[in-house]
Write a protein of this length. Structure first.
Length: 256
């Protein structure tokens, strides 16, 4: 099933809903503790999609595809390397990625995002998928020139609009072998499968839960494959993941 958050227009409050064949129905209750579904009522093209969840934290894994490590050398440790993105970086489907004035080299990074469904602490690898609610498409947008100049990830990953998620949250997929494609203006830039990840989704959850408590709604970005490239104002970036859908975001320059 596909779950989403949406507004009927840009000024209305955000609602929780479910999607089927391009139609949206309302959800009453809480996505992680219990809800009831209303009937399909509105065409998805008539609403403004929001990020499908509101996480307490966004945790991103670095260097999780060997192809990307070979393309852009980063430490390839025996344990996952992770960093955080602020919730203020989150945007939804069709919302613009804004190029900040501080950067002259902003790049896309297509990723599978995992959404935690129940509190997780010290989770064994074999039980890890029981703590997952669902999956969505993500773009770990990065100001590469700032990252390379500072040798740290925090600022380069943290700008507003640098974490597109969507279009919705899908529950019935297997993260072990999912095709990931990133296109810019219809031209494929990245193509790989989650089977190429150095650390699997269960391994990542087990490791992170040994360090911190993962709360319902928390988002884990699982890394990006090779093919990362620069994006410019006027571009349309699409992240497509098999079994989920396609996340689309135009690119604009910061106003003023």
């Amino acid at each position: 099933m596909n779950f989403l958050r949406y507004k009927l227009d840009s000024t209305s409050k955000t609602q929780l809903g479910w999607e089927e064949t391009g139609q949206i129905g309302t959800l009453d209750g809480d996505l992680f503790t219990g809800y009831t579904r209303g009937p399909l009522m509105v065409d998805i093209g008539r609403v403004v999609l929001q990020p499908p969840v509101q996480p307490s934290k966004v945790i991103a894994i670095s260097g999780n595809y060997l192809s990307r490590v070979q393309e852009h050398p980063v430490p390839a440790d025996d344990l996952p390397i992770f960093f955080f993105k602020p919730s203020s970086a989150l945007i939804g489907h069709h919302t613009p990625i804004v190029i900040p004035p501080q950067s002259h080299q902003v790049e896309h990074e297509a990723e599978l995002a995992v959404v935690i469904g129940k509190r997780a602490r010290f989770v064994p690898v074999q039980d890890a998928l029981q703590y997952v609610f669902g999956y969505t498409c993500a773009n770990d947008v990065t100001a590469r020139d700032l990252q390379m100049g500072e040798q740290i990830l925090s600022r380069s990953k943290a700008f507003d609009s640098f974490c597109p998620l969507g279009p919705w949250l899908t529950t019935r997929v297997d993260p072990a072998d999912m095709l990931i494609i990133c296109s810019v203006n219809g031209q494929i830039r990245q193509m790989s499968s989650t089977r190429e990840m150095r650390f699997s989704v269960p391994q990542i959850i087990a490791y992170l839960s040994s360090i911190m408590t993962l709360e319902p709604g928390d988002v884990i970005l699982t890394g990006t494959p090779a093919g990362v490239s620069q994006i410019y104002p006027g571009d349309l970036v699409e992240v497509e993941i098999e079994g989920i859908g396609t996340l689309q975001n135009p690119v604009v320059e910061a106003a003023g």
